[in-house]
Design a protein around this ligand. Sequence first.
Ligand code: DAU
Length: 294
Amino acid sequence: MKGIILAGGSGTRLYPATLVISKQLLPIYDKPMIYYPLSTLMLAGITDILVICTPADLHLFEKLLRDGSQFGIHISYASQSTPRGIADAFIVGRDFVGSDDVALILGDNIFFGHGLRELMVSAKKNGTGASIFAYRVSDPDRYGVVEFDNTGRARSIEEKPQFPKSHFAVAGLYFYDNRVLNIAADLEPSARGEIEITDVNMQYLKKQALHVQVMGRGFTWFDIGTHEAYIEACKFVQILEQRQGLRICCPEEIAFEMQLISPEMLLAAAEAASRSQYGLYLRDLYNIKTGVNK
Ligand code: DAU
């Protein structure tokens, strides 16, 4: 399965903070925002990843993430000339996806929770169709909203409805079979002029091929769409990391745990970030895991 991180868009809701820098490059506490969705895809076992961003930001993402080999994965890049909609990821990424299945994650979405990996692995194993996740929120009108019937099956999905039929938002992490490429290619723009991911999901729902899994209250999901959400996510990461002494969504650590990189590569990453707390964390990890004191 291939993976796509959609990290374009104009970021206008966060102006002027995002006037000259991509939202997905802003730090969430101790690391760039894109490290979080990248880590999520890595945890799902996806190692061939396309980053889609604006043409102006492409060189910055390349500078940050390079070819991915430092994380034991392969990262390639494509640019989206205008923010035509989330489903455009499958038009821009068509050649990259080829004949594979594909997972899409939004570059401003952060997921955290015990059992996340298992949830994603089961979504990946679903075979044909689409798997998406619903998360209870207090402000559903800001999102795609799923309505469930009384057997718990999805009945409808609406994009940013004025009168939401439930409190369940569709989170920005989607697993699709290869049919998504043609579904996206055939979409018409919505009233707001975008090709909507909700329309893709509706197509799967109509084919009775949409699996909606609820992420329960043990999970945390942030969509960094506002300054408030931004600061909340930063605080969340800070509190968790300081309390536990463990970092969340650290791609080098995930790569090491998943045996995608060797101890030597972990040490090299630590040395590259040496004077920072992040570098010290990687060095401690190396020392603990190898029993060698570097
Ligand atoms: O976060 C989950 C929500 O994401 C879903 O519940 C909604 O159904 C879905 O439409 C989307 O809503 P948002 O209002 O959050 O989408 P936004 O326009 O903010 O775009 C999400 C991310 O994707 C953002 O990081 C920018 C990027 N993006 C967006 C568009 C439209 C692109 O890279 N290219 C685009 O064309």
